[in-house]
Design a protein around this ligand. Structure first.
Ligand SMILES: Cc1cc2nc3c(=O)[nH]c(=O)nc-3n(C[C@H](O)[C@H](O)[C@H](O)COP(=O)(O)O)c2cc1C
Length: 222
């Protein structure tokens, strides 16, 4: 698969089959992905990969927490407010996801079911937790973003689907306890890896992109 095909075919899979991804494949994905550039080649990433019993225990702990209505408290707090144009795109995404499930977004039970699914890690057999030293700054978060996308693109090469999701790291204390992640590293992002359920309505949705003429300003090029 070439890079353009990988870029175009990747999308956030929100319903995985339980089929495991072999550890050898995950190692190949991470080996390629850690070729990602980083500021001063600092390679700030510390990766913790959960599957099998460990991920199942975590999934159950998450479900229990979520069912009690405990709000998430990620190491990297979510922004309280977004600029209106960005908020609008987020609202459109939410609306489209509800629509793909054929549910009213005002329907509290349906909303709950969707969040519950996310808190079950979309059924993924593997989650890679992307962590870095707590003292690092936004410079290194940029590096972590490059790594996250590299993992997802490398995964495409091996026919492995993915989902980067903040919801995967809602309860860092649970992840820390299960995976023995030290307190001095922040858990920044979770990337679920697995094989998509091809029939699931959530996986039929493809998100739009802003037109390039709105995003890019050229000067000095013909
Ligand atoms: C930093 C980050 C956090 C995200 N968090 C979530 C999340 O919590 N739940 C979710 O369903 N998707 C999450 N996503 C996926 C985005 O919604 C998705 O990338 C975006 O809508 C574009 O769609 P696509 O990935 O299918 O191209 C996240 C993506 C990123 C990069």
């Amino acid at each position: 698969m070439n890079v353009i095909d990988a870029l175009n075919s990747r999308f956030t899979v929100r319903a995985f089959t339980p089929d495991p991804v072999h550890k050898g494949t995950i190692l190949k994905i991470l080996d390629a992905a850690t070729r990602a550039p980083s500021s001063g080649n600092t390679q700030p990433w510390e990766l913790f990969v959960a599957g099998g019993d460990a991920l199942d225990r975590l999934r159950h702990a998450y479900e229990e927490r979520f069912s009690k209505g405990v709000p998430g408290s990620p190491d990297l707090p979510a922004p309280q407010q977004w600029p209106p144009t960005l908020q609008k795109r987020m609202d459109e995404l939410k609306a489209a996801r509800f629509e793909s499930l054929g549910i009213e977004r005002t329907h509290a039970a349906a909303r709950h079911a969707m969040f519950e699914r996310a808190h079950q890690f979309f059924g993924a057999p593997t989650v890679v937790y992307l962590c870095m030293d707590r003292t690092l700054t936004a410079w290194s978060i940029f590096d972590m973003g490059l790594l996250a996308q590299s993992i997802m693109l490398a995964a495409q090469q091996y026919g492995v689907d993915s989902a980067a999701a903040a919801l995967l790291i809602s309860y860092p204390d649970l992840i820390r306890a299960e995976l023995e992640i030290p307190e001095d590293v922040s858990i920044l992002m979770g990337v679920a890896l697995g094989y998509r359920d091809r029939q699931h309505p959530l996986n039929q949705y493809r998100s739009p992109r802003r037109p390039l003429q709105e995003v890019v300003r050229f000067k000095g090029l013909t």
